[in-house]
Design a protein around this ligand. Sequence first.
Ligand code: 5AD
Ligand code: SF4
Length: 515
Amino acid sequence: MNEEQRKEQTQARVGTSSADKKSDQTKDYSQYFQTTFTPPDLKQAKKRGKENVAVHYDFDIPEDMQGIGNGKKFLIRTYGCQMNEHDSENMAGILLQMGFESTAFSEEADVILLNTCAIRENAENKVFGEIGHLKPLKLEKPGLIVGVCGCMSQEESVVNRILQKHQHVDMIFGTHNIHRLPELLKNAIFNKEMVIEVWSKEGDIIENMPRARKGQIQGWVNIMYGCDKFCTYCIVPYTRGKERSRLPEDIIEEVRHLARNGYKEITLLGQNVNAYGKDLVDSDYGLGDLMDEIRKIDIPRVRFTTSHPRDFDDHLIEVLAKGGNLVEHIHLPVQSGNSEVLKLMARKYTREQYIELAQKIKKAMPHASFTTDIIVGFPNETEEQFEDTLSLMKEMEYDSAYTYIYSAREGTPAAKMEDNVPMDVKKDRLQRLNAIVNDLSAKKNQAYEGKVVEVLVEGESKKNPDVLMGRTRTNKLVNFKAPTSTIGTLLQVRVTEAKTWSLNGEVVETVGVNS
Ligand code: 5AD
Ligand code: SF4
């Protein structure tokens, strides 16, 4: 996209209003107790309007809310994916600007926010467990504000359950309402009624929210929001809204800013990251174009996640093959190795098409590591169909895989199918799949023995503080001994021992390797 087109794009977006995007307040919650609210509605969330998305650059903490947090502390517990982690960085940034300080201890906190994940039932159970645990603390300290946000708050069933059973929760707000946190918090503190604000239709793009990044080595950069794929098992298109891309210049400026501030690695984030640009008006600018520009920025490593095979185009492959700061790791979720199951999942590719794509990528990036996501026990999955997943694992020789038992999510098309694979069969399939994943991972790691790899030193190993840990460009975890002063630098490390999930190594060079 040239400068002229970009300006037009910005104008096309900035000129659009979002006032009509909030869901209608259709349900009567007054039976529970007094609330100030906009409730969620999954049916609304499913609708994909054609209206443009406006980009706002004027976020500010309203004057009467500045200083509200002086002398008070906050704690955010984050569940789920990197997108949630990144959203928590925004919320922390807002709270810090309101005067709050952060704490790691719930006993010390005046505001506790649970940034939740709805992807599987067990993720939700964990959150409900934590909400329950907070009740005694709230009784002891009535001034404490307990907030629930993130993907679960976009679900009507969750909001209803909180209203009925967890009245110690003070506020619930959705994934599209993060920028409204100052106002919502003020209402929760001063009005003493439960505050619920969940817009089911996605909001605009808010560019300049404050952000308290967790580290100074690796940074997340959101490039798009939402997902339009509607895989039949997945709740994300409902909880995160339609696909909305940030403007290239805003992303590039953010990456440059991180580079200037000494960050060594960025991860471009999106639920369906390679659909980037599809919603940009009058433009065919895509992820390949964006990465080609980011490639020229002086930051040592650039990753991206998560991609959908359908949107992985040739231009992107061509750009990734140029290497440089674009690292050799491809996470390409396949979900199943059987074409009939893939059809039921609405993944819109067959086993053969996936393999063809993966081979094309491997040819262009021969040293890339490959990882994937798999769901076992999808409705109607037969033993033979599951075995196709096992054979695909072996054929693809993945470096690693995230493997999940299918979990029915209310409101999704798959939830209407009979969840007819018994739990013991699902567990057995998961175990057999994981055995192969472990074998492949160990085998792939063995190939590293004796090699010298570039490692970005992230910090002390969680298991052994005498040892540092870092990752290769291919995202392999490496443990090694080195002074803590090397944290945040790039080191050359010789791999001395391969384990199933990590590598041990020794530093071969410590001087002059920092970018
Ligand atoms: N049940 C199990 N796993 C799921 N995933 C998404 N939805 C479900 C579900 N309903 C998995 C997919 C996706 C990953 C982030 O979570 O594998 O790629
Ligand atoms: Fe969910 Fe990913 Fe499919 Fe989107 S592409 S519906 S986020 S699994």
